[in-house]
Write a protein that binds this ligand. Structure first.
Ligand SMILES: *Cc1c(COP(=O)(O)O)cnc(C)c1O
Length: 763
């Protein structure tokens, strides 16, 4: 039923393709951040530059004939778009929606101890910020009362207005910039009924009462509608829904100009904007420099617009509205089109399932995208792995960017919605902020939970191609089709780097090793599951000392004596040593909370990267401390994503995240190279020197895969390796040769010798 609504008529579709041809071509882009900023059309900019080239525009305050009335004409165009005239509303130009909110906050007549500012939790930062001036201005407003008292030029009527009228503001977004939820516009008239205003009718309400509780009966409610996100794809009719104050940013409607917005003020509410304090440029009707005399202008926009308005940008609005009207003056078709695309995206994302049935995409919304009256063209989500854990949104965003897909991530300046939609607690968030996290930084997962999300938002020129590309990208990059695994005796193929050598050749996977605890002994397995960071559970734990420094065999030879083992069924990791017996910890992050075990997030460095994890508890710490002779802890890496350093060089490789390994997810060794080295070492030994066995050398190099069937050192020229069994083929990209390090000289007893490093140096 919806499908026929998605596509615009052919002529409009063709026109938009030409106007936005910069999205196609060589660097074809999928732009899905229209709530961040939508795009401007080519002819819109052409018309604007032609306008600039053919007129002489000077400062409107100077009475320049071309500029003088232009701003007022454009005010009329803006009001007309929202179906009102300048008898009903005034249009005050501001630096943006935020600027509009600030003008309102600073000029509104707040009454000390009485005024209330009530807002939805799901509001933009710029709306929530109004609460701060409410508080501070209350004191100031009181001071001004005193001052006005002694001013002669106020009529009795004006005075009573200031003394006895208590103004209150209820603020909500016409559309949430987080989830795209459209809140009912009938709330405007509900709230304005004053006494009848029943808060319980409004869902998701967070009330902020400034400086004490006023008497509701003497209250006078004004509605602030944040329409910044709403108006880009929806019709706002202010005759039908007469909000008192409306804020807008124009770049969200037609992409250009930036830094210009407006505060639309209903004429009957203008009397509340009398708290003018700063004045500048053309805003005073009169003032004296050497004494405290200032008389503001009476026309609202003249009074509130300090300095010279952005008159060239204001002119650009004319061309923006012209173009938008050309696409769809009613905005109804745009709304249908963008909503249908959002619905298509919502449905396609919900269909994505991992091999075990787990959902790939978690969508945060109040609706199920069935009604364009309650849902706008925004989809906010996170991507999950098959095991249900969340993939960091920064990782998803970076990968998407590498495919030229533009999205936005974080909390989108709407912490209220973020906290409630992601089920975070305010205490939670406070701790996170206090520990150094700030809005917009790189931290995306804390204690396994996402602290933000990814937003895809659509604009009037978006197409099914944009939506389908995003779904395809998620499917290709994150959908786990089956449990990938490797098994001994699997076939191994490779692609050589140089095209001259013979192409792929079958080899055999001889052995698989994993090292759950960094620098401790290997576990040899016959078959093992692969995950995002390599072999499952490989290098997920590390031992750190009292200073949080990660221990390795380079520093602490005794680690070579600790034998880990894994029991998948019991879900345990066991550490064992001859002298101290064994100790167990839970294998999975979810099971870690064990009575009163503390979960200290700690930081350490691996290969120059800061990595964080959590303490696996006192019991294992005691065991390790006893074994090594000083205080140390077992730390499990948390789910925060860590990237391979060389990742820029490996093209077309979607997954380059690491556990606690130094440089890559897997380390491979060939038995022919090991044999070659072994012969070399042993041939150089003196009579009484002890020979190094094959297995001993393999063990020293700490590989994950031992492969046989090629010549010695042939692997240095490989660029890709494939491991194939009945179920699947897994492709690996070679990221480079592993660095030599002195750890290969430590034997199983913790003794350090010279080989095989010495012989390697002679090759
Ligand atoms: C974008 C936006 C704002 C802020 O707009 P600026 O142009 O950054 O001032 C406020 N509210 C909502 C709902 C928005 O989407």
């Amino acid at each position: 039923i919806m499908a026929d609504k998605i596509e615009y008529p052919a002529n409009l579709d063709g026109m938009l393709k030409q106007e936005f041809s910069r999205l196609n071509g060589k660097n074809s882009s999928i732009y899905l951040d229209h709530t961040g900023s939508t795009l401007y059309a080519k002819s819109q900019i052409d018309a604007y530059t032609a306008d600039l080239q053919s007129h002489l525009y000077g400062n409107p305050h100077s009475g320049n004939p071309s500029s003088e009335h232009m701003a007022d004409i454009v005010r009329g165009t803006v009001l007309n778009h929202f179906n009102v005239t300048n008898d009903q509303y005034d249009c005050v130009f501001t630096s943006g929606a935020t600027g509009a909110l600030r003008v309102l906050a600073e000029n509104f007549e707040w009454t000390k101890g009485k005024s209330k500012f009530v807002y939805l939790e799901d509001n933009h930062t710029s709306v929530v910020g109004i609460r701060e001036p409410v508080e501070t201005q209350n004191c100031e407003a009181w001071l001004k009362e005193q001052k006005l008292n002694s001013t002669e030029n106020l009529s009795q009527k004006d005075k009573s207005k200031i003394y006895f009228r208590v103004g209150n503001i209820f603020a909500y977004p016409a559309q949430s910039n987080f989830s795209g939820t459209k809140y009912p516009l009938f709330w405007i008239s509900e709230v304005k009924k004053g006494e009848a205003f029943n808060l319980s009718k409004l869902m998701f309400v967070y009330i902020y009462i400034c400086l004490g509780i006023g008497n509701p009966n003497s209250c006078n409610w004004y509605v602030l509608l944040d329409a910044a996100a709403y108006v880009s794809c929806s019709k706002l009719d202010l005759t039908e829904h007469p909000a008192d104050f409306v804020c807008i940013s124009f770049y969200k409607m037609f992409g250009f100009p930036t830094g210009l917005g407006c505060l639309l003020v209903r004429k009957s509410a203008a009397e509340m904007l009398t708290n003018k304090r700063y004045f500048g440029g053309g805003s005073p009707a009169g003032y004296l420099a050497n004494c405290d005399f200032f008389k503001p202008r009476t026309v609202l926009h003249s009074r509130l617009e300090d300095g010279t308005i952005s008159f060239l940008d204001i002119m650009a609005l004319k061309h923006g509205f012209n173009f938008l009207n050309q696409v769809d003056k009613s905005m109804v078709r745009i709304q249908d089109h963008t909503f249908s695309l959002a619905q298509r995206l919502y449905r396609a994302m919900n269909m994505l399932k991992h091999h075990n049935g787990a959902e790939v995409v978690k969508i945060y919304s109040h609706t199920d995208y069935t009604d364009s009256q309650t849902q706008g063209a925004i989809i906010t989500f996170n991507v999950n792995r098959a095991d249900g854990s969340c993939i960091g949104f920064n990782h998803v965003l970076q990968l998407a960017a590498s495919k030229n897909i533009h999205l936005r991530s974080g909390c989108f300046c709407n912490v209220g919605a973020c906290v409630s939609m992601l089920n975070l607690t305010p205490e939670n968030m406070k701790t996170i902020f206090q520990s150094g996290h700030s809005c917009g930084d790189h931290i995306d997962i804390v204690d396994g939970k996402p602290v933000g999300a990814i937003r895809a938002s659509l604009g009037y020129m978006s197409s099914t191609r944009d939506v389908d590309s995003l779904v395809q990208f998620i499917k290709e990059s994150f959908l786990q089709e089956n449990n990938l695994s490797a098994e001994v005796n699997d076939e191994v193929y490779y692609d050589a780097r140089s095209s001259v050598s013979d192409s792929s050749k079958a080899l055999t996977l001889e052995k698989i090793f994993l090292y759950p605890v960094k620098s401790c002994r290997a576990i040899e397995v016959k078959q093992w599951t692969l995950c995002e960071t390599g072999l499952t559970h490989d290098r997920m734990w590390m031992i750190v000392n009292d200073y949080g420094v990660c221990l390795t065999q380079k520093r602490e030879n005794l680690l070579a004596l600790i034998q880990p083992s894994i029991d998948l069924e019991a879900g345990t990791l066991t550490l064992e040593s001859e002298s101290c017996g064994s100790v167990e910890v839970p294998l999975n992050a979810d099971d870690r909370i064990d009575g009163s075990v503390d979960i200290n997030v700690c930081e350490s460095k691996v290969c120059g990267d800061r990595v964080s994890g959590y303490d696996c508890g006192e019991k294992v710490s005691k065991w390790l401390s006893e074994f090594l002779g000083y205080k140390c802890y077992l730390i499990r890496k948390n789910n925060e994503t860590r990237f391979a350093k060389k990742r820029k060089e490996i093209e077309n490789c979607s997954n380059q995240t690491l556990a606690l390994t130094n440089g890559a997810q897997y380390l491979m060794l060939t038995s022919s190279s090991v044999k070659f080295l072994q012969e070399k070492i042993n041939s150089q030994l003196s009579e009484d020197g002890s020979k190094l066995g094959f297995d001993e050398i393999v063990d020293r190099f700490r590989c994950n895969f031992l492969v046989s069937g090629c010549k010695a050192f042939e692997e240095e020229s490989w660029s890709k390796i494939f491991i194939r069994n009945q179920a699947n083929v897994v492709k690996f990209m070679c990221s480079g040769l592993s660095n030599r390090c002195s750890m290969i000289c430590v034997d199983k007893t913790g003794q350090k010798g010279l080989e095989p490093l010495r012989t390697l140096g002679t090759l």
